[in-house]
Design a protein around this ligand. Structure first.
Ligand code: ADP
Ligand code: ZN
Length: 211
């Protein structure tokens, strides 16, 4: 099964991706995670990506497409995968169609008014867990592993504004793109709890697998 996860920043793609990966034994490929790892390790790709991720703009397509194309050519991707954060514009989607055969595009739809608060209030742990300040009661450590929580540098209001407008103008048109390919499945109550959203996603994926 080859899946694309689509949704605005703050829609909960990352949270759902780890659940999907666990239940369906799917390889999770997140371009955002790949860029953050490269930035942390000071690689050439990281040097290019930093100014874009810091300001909330898209990393140039040549760089991004090449990374994904390469990653999908590894042996472990042969059994299927879930793309999180790619494609993010029409050009990337068209490129992807040249080197991959996508089964499903899962679109997590969340009311726009919630996104700013969700992202700016988000706190991360190095273990992959994320929290919202409203539920932390002042705690700064991860309930799962005890790690120290931090805020992603691009989770600040100015950058989030740019990310949201980039999503609207460049990424949201992909909903129509995948609809016209007959591959779009929308999760319409993305405002619900992570558990509720996951139930909807499983219903879609189970149906696909059983058909
Ligand atoms: P979110 O979906 O919450 O905005 P991501 O972790 O997916 O966060 O992405 C973080 C940043 O990484 C983006 O703002 C962008 O700069 C860069 N990035 C991630 N995926 C892509 C992509 N497919 N094309 C270009 N840039 C990307
Ligand atoms: Zn943790």
């Amino acid at each position: 099964m080859k899946i694309i996860l689509l949704g605005a920043p703050g829609a909960g793609k990352g949270t759902q991706a780890s659940r999907i990966a666990g239940k369906y034994k799917l390889l999770h490929i997140s371009t955002g995670d790949i860029f953050r790892a490269n930035i942390k390790n000071g690689t050439e790709i990281g040097k290019i990506a930093k100014s874009y991720t810091d300001s909330g703009r898209l990393v140039p397509d040549e760089v991004t497409c090449e990374i994904v194309k390469d990653r999908l050519s590894w042996k472990d991707a042969g059994q299927g995968y879930m793309l999180d954060g790619f494609p993010r514009n029409l050009f990337q989607a068209q490129q992807l169609d040249k080197f991959a055969d996508i089964d499903i595009c899962l679109n997590i739809d969340v009311d726009e008014s919630l996104l700013m608060d969700r992202i700016c209030g988000r706190r991360m742990c190095a273990c992959g867990e994320s929290y919202h300040v409203s539920t932390l009661q002042g705690s700064e450590t991860c309930a799962k592993c005890g790690g120290k929580l931090y805020q992603r540098p691009d989770d600040v209001p100015e950058t989030v504004k740019t990310r949201l407008s980039t999503y609207k103008s460049q990424t949201a048109p992909l909903i129509e793109y995948y609809k016209s390919q007959g591959k779009l499945y929308s999760v319409t109550s993305g405002e619900g709890s992570p558990d509720d959203v996951f139930v909807q996603i499983c219903a879609i994926l189970d149906k696909f697998l059983n058909d």
